[in-house]
Write a protein that binds this ligand. Structure first.
Ligand SMILES: Cc1ncc(COP(=O)(O)O)c(C=O)c1O
Length: 348
């Protein structure tokens, strides 16, 4: 058996999803004539209580368009130290938009509004950089799938509003936060001026993200999307996968969460210091391997040889991610391989 827990982006589209894609009505989306794309943009904007949305090929582009709409060149975005916009978008905000970034650290990426508000410096005059936006990642990928507490989001919004600072949501996995908490997407949506969401993570579409905001910001973002070379043509084929994902796959995330918890429980039983299962909020399990005699990369090699693929994200940190293509049998197989490998390599 081969079980791929590296990421929830490794899923392949199901036969049913491919069927829907094959029959999607399409048109030239650069001319605004693809009805399947237009329908998806409207649908997702409405879900979050936003006026409009623009379809993008990647979550990184959706983030970058959103941030660009809030922060001018030479101004500043604040984000948590391990957030995707800071660590995994290859400096895009600086390279493409001239945006500077400052960060605050948070254990597991968990949002505490004061951490961000304390370092915010709006309207800093002619000598210092002015903060104009703060990014929040929910759920937090490198934090281990952490769901951000709604009261902290609300407190951040209130404090930021008072300072004239806007909030951007990196909601690549907001669907997971929604399913884990039961909090409506529109409830999350009200706090953020721009939002990115992904259909190609836990929802299992092969491609597709959206940036949501006001009509005015989305119209401007469309121009930038085209300028970046991401104006797409008969892309309703991909938007159809997004529709299918929203119809059928949001409910299934609960199983990814259950399976992630199972894996965490088994890893904890084998090596208690690797993970506290009560911190597993969604579909991601971050393993602290500092008590092992080998590095995370070596541990990943060890379990790979037995058919389980995981991501080594730090010298002693590894990540497991459950997704649509992991069923209970795969979960149990992976749990067995991982717990045996942990027991073998744990320093007594
Ligand atoms: C939290 C988060 N935001 C944004 C992205 C970017 O998505 P993409 O890989 O489609 O650019 C990812 C990708 O894994 C992510 O985990």
């Amino acid at each position: 058996m081969r079980v791929d827990l590296r990421s929830d982006t490794v899923t392949t589209p199901s036969i049913a999803m491919r069927e829907v894609m094959a029959h999607a009505p399409v048109g030239d989306d650069v001319y605004g004539e693809d009805v399947t794309v237009n329908g998806l943009e409207e649908r997702v904007a409405t879900l979050f209580g936003k006026e409009a949305a623009v379809f993008t090929p990647s979550g990184s582009l959706a983030n970058q368009l959103g941030i660009r709409m809030l922060v001018a060149p030479g101004e500043e975005l604040l984000a948590e130290t391990n957030s995707h916009v800071v660590r995994a978008e290859l400096g895009a905000a600086a390279v493409f938009s001239g945006i500077t970034t400052r960060t605050w650290p948070a254990r597991r990426g968990l949002l505490n509004a004061n951490d961000a508000l304390e370092i915010a410096r709006p309207n800093s005059g002619p000598y210092l950089v002015s903060t104009t936006a703060i990014a929040v990642e929910n759920s937090h990928n490198f934090g281990g799938g952490t769901v951000q507490p709604l009261d902290q989001i609300a407190a951040l919004y209130k404090g930021a509003q008072e300072m004239g600072i806007a909030l951007h949501l990196d909601g690549a996995r907001i669907w997971n936060a929604h399913v884990a908490t039961g909090i409506a997407l529109a409830e999350y949506g009200q706090y953020f001026e721009t939002i990115s969401v992904c259909l190609s993570k836990g929802l299992g579409a092969p491609v597709g993200s959206l940036m949501l905001s006001t009509k005015e910001k989305v119209a401007r973002a469309r121009v930038w999307r085209k300028r970046y070379g991401a104006g797409m043509r008969q892309v309703g084929i991909l938007a159809a996968a997004g529709h299918y994902a929203l119809d059928t796959n949001i409910d299934l995330l609960q199983h990814d969460h259950r399976r992630a918890k199972f894996l965490a429980d088994r890893c904890h039983a084998a090596a208690p210091t690797t993970i506290d299962p009560t911190t597993v909020d969604t579909n991601i399990v971050g393993l602290d391997l500092s008590q092992l005699s080998i590095t995370a990369a070596e541990f990943a090699q060890l379990v790979k040889a037995e058919g389980v693929l995981i991501s080594a994200l730090g010298p002693k940190y590894a990540r497991l991610v459950t997704h649509l293509d992991i069923n209970d049998a795969a979960m149990e197989f992976a749990a067995e391989v991982l717990s045996q490998a942990l027991q073998r390599t744990l320093v007594a």
